[in-house]
Design a protein around this ligand. Structure first.
Ligand SMILES: NC(=O)c1ccc[n+]([C@@H]2O[C@H](COP(=O)([O-])OP(=O)(O)OC[C@H]3O[C@@H](n4cnc5c(N)ncnc54)[C@H](OP(=O)(O)O)[C@@H]3O)[C@@H](O)[C@H]2O)c1
Length: 296
């Protein structure tokens, strides 16, 4: 059971940054059933995107007072931020505002990966280093690649043009619902409010793109293949598909990480934190198989 900071009475207040995002929205849908007060931080309030009954706080990362107002009275903060060159400055601004507001515990969504010049790994390193200088309890969650990355393969699979530069590398993709379940557990954990800790979150097993193609073949009832490309070829394809240089380089960086099996580790952390096994990639593929079918 969650106990609020001793100086505050009543229902504990949890601020959720990134509440309209993948992990944040799954987290909110669980927290809403708990005896807590929720405030969702967003740049563009749109009631349609969040369940009814949640307070919204509109934030402008360039206006510190909006962050202070949003975090006023908050006991805990979940911090997720969409991938953006603004990420480091924005997350650090929110962390500083949270510490100033007296938040006792921050759960920061980071990323599993090596110290690297690749985005977003370098950004998370910088944010984590800043967090380490703060006098606040925190939990850093470092998930492996999200299984939702595969949504990008929808049309290419349908058109038989799926491929990339990941080669035969292995990656242990995680379902964002398992990331949200883990965040839920650590946000409501009263035993480690002042602790500073970090967890590596993964799915149940590492797979190559060829094995993912096999799973898609079974579900679609036809042969699906992953075409191996050089990074230069893949970059050209990504740019031709309309992606910006920034977006293409981000995806190429991920392919490189996958190719080198850098995210192939398997941890038991999701099970330990949530009490359930992480969801397999095959479940996500099955739930989202319509993405991979031809719309013609
Ligand atoms: N994708 C992966 O495979 C993967 C793997 C491991 C870790 N991660 C990490 O997970 C985090 C993303 O989590 P997510 O997928 O749940 O987030 P998301 O859905 O991409 O975005 C979360 C929210 O961030 C808010 N945001 C605030 N400033 C933003 C900006 N300048 N640009 C974009 N969004 C902004 C947006 O909310 P409003 O519009 O309401 O303000 C958005 O809904 C990143 O830090 C990423 O590095 C991702």
């Amino acid at each position: 059971m969650f106990n609020p900071s001793p100086h505050r009475a009543g229902r504990p207040r949890i601020a959720v940054a990134g509440a309209t995002g993948r992990v944040g929205s799954a987290l909110i849908s669980k927290l809403i059933a708990e005896p807590v007060e929720l405030v969702a931080l967003t740049r563009t309030p749109d009631a349609q995107r969040l369940p009814a009954g949640i307070s919204l706080a509109t934030v402008d990362f360039d206006a510190r007072s909006t962050l202070d107002d949003a975090l006023h009275g908050a006991d805990r903060l979940f911090l997720a931020h969409g991938t953006s060159p603004r990420q480091v400055a924005n997350e650090i601004a929110l962390i500083d505002a949270a510490v100033a507001a007296g938040v006792s515990h921050i759960v920061k969504l980071s990323a599993l990966g090596p110290p690297s010049r690749l985005h977003p790994f370098d950004w998370h390193m910088r944010i984590e280093a800043h967090l380490a200088t703060c006098d606040v309890g925190f939990t850093v969650l470092r998930p492996s690649g999200f299984v939702e990355i595969l949504a990008r393969a929808g049309d290419p699979v349908a058109n038989d043009t799926w491929g990339g530069a990941a080669g035969d590398g292995l990656v242990n993709l995680i379902d964002t619902r398992d990331v949200a379940d883990s965040a839920f557990a650590v946000l409501l954990d009263d035993a480690h409010v002042t602790s500073q800790r970090a967890y590596h979150l993964t799915g149940p097993a590492a797979l190559s793109m060829a094995r993912i193609a096999d799973a898609l073949s079974s579900l679609l009832g036809r042969a699906v293949t992953y075409q191996h490309r050089s990074p230069a070829e893949q970059r050209e394809k990504l740019l031709a598909s309309g992606l910006s240089e920034f977006g293409a380089d981000l995806l190429l960086g991920l392919d490189r990480i996958f190719h080198e099996s850098v995210l192939a580790e398997t941890t038991s952390t999701v099970r330990e934190l949530t009490g359930h096994a992480p969801r397999p990639v095959a479940d996500w593929l099955s739930d989202n198989i319509s993405l991979f079918r031809s719309q013609r």
